[in-house]
Design a protein around this ligand. Structure first.
Ligand code: GSH
Length: 214
């Protein structure tokens, strides 16, 4: 299968983590004419990454891709079958997807104080803090976000926390998890996981290349 895009995109990283967790053979590629080319727009009319091509199936939207991979390739399930456990993993994913990732992007785009709408910036920072307070209550780093198995909670949390760790020091918040014992422990656990730390290294290199591009 092909996953189109650049891995430093958190949405892209969700798809890649899901595929790698399941041991699916895949290629991560940037389409040669970019994501706004007519050929790419045929696969995703919004011209955004990721796009998954799995045989005759072409999909966009990271959440849909992750759910598709989990439904089609049933080993190493990302969403537990028991309703309560499933809801718990999805709740963590939702907090990350709705309240962490979008707010980090707003802060990233407004890192330069001269180009900042301070009221928006402050509101997004406050919402972000509420979100990781919520996450601190929800996660149980044993060692993964929802327990002893990697789930959809990690698929969402790992890329978002990578972005959090990259953006926050640049706006003067060295360790956003100060006072968040479980989040600190979780992040240390993530770095010990071979597959996840490999993804993080690729995200780091990708973000650096993007930010220093000519
Ligand atoms: N809701 C989409 C968001 C995808 C998205 O915004 N991708 C960004 C990369 S982080 C993108 O491709 N942006 C390029 C653009 O909008 O031109 C998903 O979950 O897949």
């Amino acid at each position: 299968m092909d996953i189109y895009g650049l891995i430093f995109s958190p949405f892209m990283a969700r798809a890649v983590i899901a595929a790698r967790h399941k041991g699916l053979k895949h290629k991560v590629t940037m389409p040669k004419d970019g994501i706004k080319s007519p050929a790419f727009l045929k696969m995703n009319p919004f011209g955004k990454m990721p796009v998954l091509k799995d045989g005759a199936v072409t999909l966009y939207e990271s959440g849909v891709i992750v759910e598709y991979l989990d439904a089609k390739y049933k080993s190493k399930r990302l969403v537990p079958t028991v309703a309560k456990a499933a809801a718990h993993t999805r709740l963590i994913a939702a907090v990350v997807g709705e309240y962490i990732q979008p707010n980090i992007f707003v802060l990233w785009r407004q890192m330069d104080p001269a180009k900042r709408d301070q009221a928006v910036f402050d509101a997004k920072l406050a919402e972000l803090k509420t979100a990781y307070d919520a996450l601190e209550k929800l996660i149980s780093p044993k060692p993964y976000a929802a327990g002893n198995k990697l789930t959809i909670a990690d698929v969402y949390a790992v890329p978002a926390l990578f972005w959090l760790g990259s953006v926050m020091p640049r706006i003067g918040i060295a360790n956003p998890f100060t006072g968040h014992k479980k989040l600190n422990k979780y992040w240390a656990n993530v770095k010990k996981d071979k597959m996840l730390s490999g993804v993080l290294a690729e995200m780091e290199a990708g973000l650096k290349a993007f930010e220093t591009r000519a």
